[in-house]
Write a protein that binds this ligand. Structure first.
Ligand SMILES: [Zn+2]
Length: 113
């Protein structure tokens, strides 16, 4: 995911079953979708998408192994929740990706019911 900036990942207050809805950190919309999951170790990654599981080369930045959960919102924003290990701590941040035009279709997403 191209990183333009970092914003805080936001959640709606928990429901009675203790789950929370992920809201878009760019526009606040609560209509968000799971796009993909990426794990990175050095220069290799495993990407899970709607078409399956793919081993890929990655351009891994500085710190240790990373896991990214990639989302998009129905207003056209890509964002991720990314965890990265470095020197005994796991850091979490929320990179923001390129926008898309929802009128032209939505990105592929992980299976949903
Ligand atoms: Zn949005």
């Amino acid at each position: 995911m191209e990183t333009n900036s970092n914003l805080d990942l936001s959640l709606l207050p928990p429901t009675n079953d203790h789950s929370s809805v992920v809201i878009c950190p760019v526009c606040g919309l609560d209509c968000t979708h799971l796009k993909s999951v990426l794990t990175e170790q050095k220069d290799r990654g495993v990407l899970v998408t709607s078409t399956g599981t793919h081993e890929i080369d990655v351009n891994h930045s500085g710190r240790g192994s990373a896991v990214s959960i990639n989302f998009f919102c129905e207003s056209g924003h890509h964002f991720a929740l990314r965890f990265q290990f470095h020197k005994g701590s796991v850091f979490a941040y929320c990179p923001i990706g390129e926008e898309f035009n929802p009128a032209e279709g939505t990105p592929d997403e992980l299976w949903r019911d």
